[in-house]
Design a protein around this ligand. Structure first.
Ligand code: PMP
Length: 299
């Protein structure tokens, strides 16, 4: 498979207030964020020229930084404008947008009080996390790693360090021939996939785990609203691992994954049906509406 390395592309990356040619957007190897995972990021999607729920992503980025003890040195308006300008400057109408804030190289030890906080924003074409075959439904393994308890890590932050367990779990899944992994939480209850939230249909109702130790995703909340707009019953609750075989439909929801049907978790097969199909269609329609319409339908 031909891969295009992420450091060798044409385009522009916004870094600390200015656009740099893509290949020159570099940071020093003694950057605190690289050694101690003192970074937070976002994943956004631009559809037909509009970044879907941009302000919510920007606010989560700022909140994520605060949970890691730092303040991003730009206002939400400035960050929104920089994201929009990055997409425009790169000539995209459809793109994945990746802002990242991280501590710099002024100090390199656990204490990082005097590090400068950097912000960079890149974007690129990225059709869907699971590629062209996702509509057939993806297959999930059960991850060996669990989501940590909220008092052992800042789990509400989209912090770079929390992705260590995600990468380990995803690699394990891929090595075993699966597309992704279903992760349990520290108590052994169902949590989420490695980069998306999970939904289950039980007796015609849409159930999703309460986001205590993982991200309460923007797509997750959007899908819950879309389901309620369709008069579906939506239940947020603790879902035990033993309940998984009883679900009739399973799907994932996330910015990169969008709404993706699941056709297996380990040994158990599922058939994506009316509820998954309806929510996929409603989500695809919503992301292409004007920001004003999106706000109206999400209220
Ligand atoms: N959980 C994890 C671990 C993720 O990486 C993501 C993607 N940001 C999500 C959930 C879904 O979040 P969102 O819908 O806000 O993209």
């Amino acid at each position: 498979m031909a891969v295009m390395p992420f450091d060798d592309r044409d385009g522009w990356i916004w870094m600390d207030g200015a656009f740099l040619p893509w290949r020159e957007a570099k940071t020093h190897v003694l950057t605190h964020g690289l050694h101690y995972a003192s970074g937070v990021f976002e994943g956004e999607r631009c559809y037909a020229g509009n970044i879907f729920k941009l302000r919510e992503h920007t606010e989560r980025l700022i909140r994520s930084g605060r949970l890691l003890g730092f303040e991003i040195p730009y206002t939400a308006d400035e960050i929104d404008a920089a994201c929009i300008e990055t997409v425009r400057r790169n000539g995209h109408a459809e793109a994945y947008v990746r802002p990242i804030a991280y501590r710099g190289s002024e100090m390199l030890a656990v204490s990082a009080q005097h590090t400068r906080i950097h912000l960079a924003i890149a974007c690129w074409g990225w059709p869907n996390l699971f590629g062209e075959n996702r509509m057939k439904g993806i297959r999930l393994s059960m991850a060996r790693w669990r989501r940590p308890a909220p008092d052992t890590a800042p789990t509400a932050s989209k912090a770079t360090g929390l992705y260590m367990i995600g990468t380990l779990s995803k690699h394990q899944a891929e090595a075993e021939g699966f597309d992704d992994a279903m992760m349990l939480d520290h108590k052994g209850d169902v949590a989420e996939a490695t980069g998306a939230n999970a939904f289950f249909v039980f007796d015609g109702e849409v159930h999703t785990p309460t986001p205590v130790c993982f991200l309460d995703g923007i797509t997750r909340r959007t899908v819950m609203r879309l389901a309620r707009n369709r008069q579906m019953k939506v239940v947020e609750r603790t879902i035990r691992a033993e309940e998984l075989p009883k679900a009739s439909e399973v799907f994932l929801a996330g910015t990169a994954a969008e709404v993706t049907p699941v056709r297996a978790i380990g040994e158990h097969g599922y058939t994506p049906a009316r509820i998954t199909e309806t929510l996929i269609a409603d989500y695809e329609a919503l992301v292409r509406m004007s920001p004003a319409e999106v706000a109206r339908l999400s209220a």
